[in-house]
Design a protein. Structure first.
Length: 404
């Protein structure tokens, strides 16, 4: 994405349409609308776009006088035109090339932003799309699709080996690392498919077991300079990190996300001291006392699971397979060690080296995959956290507690 100046907006557009809205930034959006309105634009928040906005926020017809609402967007962009007419809302026809469609760069909106990009692409309006960065307070023009997030295993094995690990890291006895050459090739290919990636998650296993973890950070920053880089860790190895790695984390603006397991909590002060002294952004997540059993053997409603899924993290494997959910790729990697037998399909992932269009990739990532049928997302079961534990769990295990 490249910065978009006010003079460039003024030169080409008459209408500014905000297609995503985060109540957390209500005042900032109101100020933007006032500014553009005062500058002679038709500035507004879309009431709905292809039915997407209504999923997340209350229906809002216009900014301004509530007694005289007006939608200044082409009627064929609105799936809910019947509802608008029923409410007596006048709809002004405009040339779509005069409208700049703005998405807010907000973590809470990442999924809906991808859906809106897909909808704009299907309407042939993808070149009139921009992002507004709520933190930097500036506009960025998109020359192609923007992927919200990806995750990659820097290391598959772990030093904790938690019972029921959803990545099966507790069952991997020998060191198994991601490779920097494969990761570099993957990022180069994603650079061809996407204008940008907003978040790159480096995960495990325990990623700090990989002595070359700093190289994964550097190559991420090289290929996607604006991306937020997050490293997910149990934190136990942070007090032992060398100065060079800590410097890379600081200079590359890595956000370290620490899962607060009981052993982590015991040395929390030491972890915090090291990261704070080196100027590294970090956050301690919730205290872990239970895990949920993610994938079972019973087949369920795949579409329902996908609709309710909270784990759409776009996982990448070294061979260039990308899946909206890491589970089929985790299973494919470790299935030789598992008793549970599940079906895998080529439709469970995308080969990024065979895809020609980033918008097609986005569209596929927003489609249920066959492996969704094994998910327990709508049938949660929990168990007490325990480590080390190197046995496989099954859904009939007596330690599992079903939530009514």
């Amino acid at each position: 994405m490249i910065p978009l100046s006010f003079s460039e907006i003024k030169k080409k557009y008459k209408n500014i349409c905000f297609l995503s809205f985060d109540p957390q930034y209500q005042k900032q959006i109101d100020m933007l609308l006032l500014f553009f309105s005062a500058a002679g634009f038709n500035a507004f928040i879309a009431a709905d776009f292809d039915g997407l906005m209504g999923k997340y926020f209350n229906y809002r017809l216009s900014y301004g006088d509530p007694t005289n609402p007006k939608i200044e967007l082409r009627e064929d962009l609105m799936r809910h035109k019947a509802l608008l007419k029923e409410k007596g809302v006048p709809i002004e026809e405009t040339d779509e090339s005069d409208t700049l469609f703005v998405l807010l760069n907000s973590i809470r909106l990442h999924s809906i932003n991808e859906e809106v990009q897909i909808s704009l692409w299907k309407l042939g309006l993808e070149k009139e799309c921009a992002f507004y960065d709520l933190k930097r307070r500036c506009f960025y023009k998109c020359s192609g699709p923007v992927l919200s997030n990806v995750e990659y295993h820097v290391a598959w094995h772990c030093n904790l080996k938690c019972k029921g690990c959803s990545h099966y890291s507790n069952l991997i006895s020998e060191p198994l690392f991601g490779t920097i050459d494969s990761f570099t090739q993957i990022l180069m290919r994603l650079r061809e498919l996407f204008d940008d990636i907003l978040i790159i998650n480096l995960v495990g296993g325990e990623p700090l077991l990989n002595k070359d973890v700093g190289s994964f950070v550097l190559v991420s920053r090289e290929h996607f300079p604006k991306a937020e880089i997050r490293l997910f860790t149990n934190g136990l190895l942070i007090p032992r990190l060398d100065e060079q790695t800590l410097a890379v984390f600081r200079e590359s603006k890595v956000n370290v996300s620490i899962t607060n397991y009981p052993p982590t909590n015991a040395i929390k002060a030491r972890i915090k001291k090291v990261l704070s002294e080196h100027g590294i952004a970090h956050i301690f997540n919730r205290n872990v006392s239970t895990f949920d059993y993610v994938i079972g053997e019973t087949e369920r409603d795949a579409e329902r699971n996908f609709k309710n899924c909270s784990q759409k993290l776009n996982h990448l494997n070294d061979d260039g397979r990308l899946s909206v959910c890491g589970q089929p790729l985790f299973y494919d990697t470790i299935k030789h060690k598992l008793e549970a037998k599940r079906e895998l399909s080529d439709r469970d992932w995308i080969d990024i080296y065979k895809e020609a269009n980033g918008y097609e990739v986005l569209s596929k990532l927003h489609t249920p995959i066959p492996y969704c049928k094994y998910c327990n997302e709508t049938n949660k079961v929990y168990f007490q956290w325990e480590a080390p534990y190197t046995k496989e769990l099954h859904e009939d295990d007596p330690c599992l507690i079903r939530v009514k």
